[in-house]
Design a binder for this molecule. Structure first.
Ligand code: F6P
Length: 319
């Protein structure tokens, strides 16, 4: 492999830039040329690419978003789109690709691999919903962003003696809700993976008030319920004054945390090493202080379970 292409795809995640930097500089250190593809698979189909030197990735390790830009490409899901992408890769003499993103990005990488093109994936999504890695790039920053928001909401919640419902991201994954809820002292956490009963949530709220609790925080993953619906139900059933905060895309931005930059740096370099070893169709992930490469089809077939018992632990600790 001599010319390594790289792209970021799907929802952006803080730390993607640190991964881009690591891929480019590790590739250059190995004597390869690094070619950045703009706007993910959409840009790959169009041939939007240019060579990146050391300086092109300077001063980005601490920035959110992605200098390569990103997109969710419908066209690339079709066989025609994938053929056009392969044509562009051939035209630009690229002989290996690093794809940085979440499960959709990995599905795209697998499609190219199955068509015979060498591809390695790097897990980057705030959702932390992938097997094969201790953590995905962007998750740590997103959780810390939610925690900062919860801290602020707490001040006003206590001042008014109100109940707050905080809706966080995660269409299919309760990872952000669970980690931020537990670390933020939420008394109820609603996630898509675990069935819940709003009557239980309300009963817990009322018991807390009887014990003298002045305020309550409930964290809801968007995939479990909409925050406004939960708040309405709580007010109707308990009569407690309830407010809602939907954090939305705030969770995707901002300067990446130390952990996310570290993971991105390690995995960016690892992806290049794996490609140069001749592997393809794998994703690199962190395991403790090291990293592992796992076949992408295996990762996509393995749901990532939530740590067991943490929702109940949050309930106990919030009494
Ligand atoms: O996959 C990352 C994510 O932020 C999810 O948590 C969220 O449901 C989704 O992307 C939002 O996607 P979009 O930015 O395309 O609206």
């Amino acid at each position: 492999v001599k010319r390594i292409g790289l792209l970021t795809s799907g929802g952006d995640a803080p730390g993607m830039n640190a991964a881009v930097r690591a891929v480019v500089r590790r590739a250059l250190a190995a004597g390869c040329v690094a070619v950045g593809v703009q706007e993910g698979y959409a840009g790959l189909i169009e041939g939007w690419m240019e060579e990146l030197d050391h300086r092109a990735v300077g001063d980005i390790i601490h920035r959110g978003g992605t200098i390569l830009r990103t997109a969710r490409s419908e066209a690339f899901r079709t066989p025609e789109g994938q053929e056009r992408a392969l044509e562009q890769l051939r035209r630009h003499a690229i002989d290996g690709l690093v794809a940085i993103g979440g499960d959709g990005t990995l599905r795209g990488a697998l499609a190219l691999h199955r068509r015979g093109f060498p591809v390695v994936g790097i897990p980057a999504t705030i959702d932390n919903d992938l097997a094969g890695t201790d953590v995905t790039i962007g998750f740590d920053t997103a959780v810390n962003t939610v925690l900062e928001a919860i801290n602020r909401v707490r001040d006003t919640a206590t001042a008014h003696g109100r109940t707050f419902v905080i809706e966080v991201m995660g269409r299919h994954s309760g990872q952000i809700a669970l980690m931020a809820g537990l670390a933020g002292g939420a008394e109820s956490i609603l996630v898509p993976e675990v069935p819940y009963d709003l009557d239980d949530v309300c009963a817990r709220l009322l018991r807390g008030r009887q014990r003298g609790k002045r305020h309550s925080i409930i964290v809801v993953a968007e995939g479990a319920a909409r925050g406004f619906e939960v708040a309405q139900a709580i007010e109707a059933r308990t009569g407690l004054e309830t407010r809602v905060t939907v954090l939305g895309h705030i969770q995707r931005g901002g300067t990446p945390s130390g952990r996310d930059r570290l993971v991105a740096s390690i995995l960016g370099a690892a992806a290049v090493e794996v490609l140069l070893q001749g592997q393809s169709g794998v994703m690199v992930g962190v395991r403790g202080d090291g990293w592992v490469a796992t076949p992408i089809d295996q990762i996509l077939a393995t749901p990532r379970p939530l740590p067991e018992g943490w929702i109940q632990l949050a309930e106990v600790l919030a009494r």
